[in-house]
Design a protein around this ligand. Structure first.
Ligand code: GUN
Ligand code: ZN
Length: 446
């Protein structure tokens, strides 16, 4: 019987549902996902209350429920970006050589501007609108080293109801003085921000030492202490992205044995540790990653843009390491997880590691949620989880529509979305059940 007494805060999203519960083991592995041709989600108070065939969901819903009909489009869990830099929204598309020059010439100067609170607020707002227009509902971000930037980051996320992870970048050397903190101040500031934000609404604090080059041993020690004091917080940093970076790290930490050993010796590894890039890994480092359960984060557009190298997904996974995928804006060149998948596909193709489109869409939804240990809340359309949903149109542009004339299967459709899609293919983005796509990206100069 329909529930006549339910409140008005209920809506039904109708469309073609696709949601994953595990990594597909091959093109035929239908047990890894659920696809409903005429499906619906019942959304109540920001959560998915029911999922299934439209007729059944409608019959069980209160008659007052608003029905939003997205047919013939696909409804998937909102995309998750596991590595991005919010203060680099004006670094993206900077003509630089490789990593260290790019950091010194463009990135650090741009991050210096976040000393100004108003600047941080403005960029945070633009950042979230860009994410939402591209279908990303959760991201894990580096803020700048200024505590202000973390407040701006979480305040703007809260205003949009988004589940966001992030933290103050800890950096106390090899950068402009005005961007540097100290081991003690970075500990104190991170701790205060963590106490203020972690667990407030949908905010999650991430302990964020930038990388070994910009942290003294004392600072990494402080980060390790924070992590031990707050084991439910994630840790994020960068590793093995670029050969010059690795050589400099060896000079700074001559006793570490290998790059990962630096982070290991300060207790920074574990299943909540996200290691950006992981391109030039030794066998021993991979073994330590597996033993500690640390996550390798693949950033394809960044790795190509900065000429960093080719991520070895198959090597990582056969070594038992969990992998995630991310944009890494502003080293990365797009906010779109679809563009990110496309470039990632090409990197893997070069290594004869072609991945199937079902695996791709698993990766940017349930896979990334699993890498964050958050599948109980995001990355899925299962009842009880947060109603973060993206609506996709594989005919969004004329070239896409033309190609779709010859498409016969769901997998082919997903591959068109991945190969040709961008924010134009994102029809709507729901955050906790609310429509959040601004659609104003292309109107910014008007
Ligand atoms: N290594 C240290 N900082 C950064 C950064 O901001 N971007 C990238 N891609 N690598 C880094
Ligand atoms: Zn990065």
């Amino acid at each position: 019987m329909p529930d006549q007494t339910a409140d008005q805060n209920v809506r039904i999203l109708r469309g073609r549902l696709l949601s994953f519960s595990a990594a597909p083991q091959g093109p035929e592995d239908t047990s890894a996902y659920c696809y409903e041709e005429d499906g619906a989600l019942l959304v109540r108070d920001g959560k998915i209350a029911a999922k299934g065939m439209f007729s059944e969901v409608r019959d069980a819903a209160p008659q007052t429920a608003e029905i939003i009909d997205h047919r013939p489009h696909l409804l998937l869990p909102g995309f998750i970006d596991t590595h991005i830099h919010f203060p680099q929204a004006q670094v993206i598309a900077s003509w630089a050589d490789q990593l260290l020059d790019w950091l010194n010439d463009y990135t650090f100067p741009c991050e210096l501007r976040f000393a100004d609170r108003a600047h941080g607020k403005r960029i945070a707002g633009e950042f979230y609108d860009a994410l939402l227009d591209h279908g990303t509902t959760t991201a894990v971000a580096y803020c700048s080293s200024h505590p202000n930037s973390v407040d701006a980051y979480f305040e703007e996320a809260e205003a949009r109801g988004m589940l966001m992870l992030g933290g103050k970048t800890m950096m106390d050397r090899n950068a402009p003085k005005a961007l540097c903190d100290t081991a003690q101040s970075s500990y104190d500031d991170s701790k205060a921000l963590l106490s203020k934000w972690h667990g407030r609404g949908r905010a999650h604090y991430v302990i964020t030492p930038r990388f070994a080059i910009t942290s003294t041993p004392e600072q990494l020690e402080a980060a390790g202490t924070l992590s031990r004091e707050h084991p439910d917080c994630h840790v994020q940093t960068h590793i093995n992205e670029n050969h010059n970076e690795i050589a400099f790290t060896r000079e700074l930490y001559p006793d570490a044995g290998h790059y990962l050993g630096v982070y290991e010796s300060f207790g920074l590894l574990g299943s909540r540790t996200l290691l950006g890039h992981c391109i030039h890994m030794t066998g021993h480092e991979m073994q330590v990653m597996r033993e500690t359960g640390s996550v390798a984060v693949f950033c394809p557009t960044s790795n190509l843009f900065l000429g960093s190298g080719l991520f070895d997904k198959a090597g990582m996974e056969s070594a038992g390491i969990l992998t995630a995928i991310a944009t890494d804006v502003g080293g990365g060149t797009s906010y779109s997880m679809l563009r990110t998948l496309d470039e990632g596909y090409k990197i893997l193709q070069l290594q004869r590691q072609r991945i199937h489109p079902l695996t791709s869409f698993y990766w940017i939804t349930h896979g990334n949620a699993a890498a964050l240990s958050m599948t109980d809340r995001i990355g899925t359309l299962e009842p009880g989880t947060d109603a973060d949903v993206v609506v996709l149109d594989a005919k969004a542009t004329r070239p896409m529509a033309l190609r779709m004339e010859t498409v016969e299967t769901l997998s082919e459709e997903l591959f068109v979305l991945q190969t040709l899609g961008d924010d134009r293919a994102v029809i709507e983005t729901y955050v906790a059940g609310e429509q959040r796509k601004t659609g104003q990206l292309s109107a910014a100069s008007a």
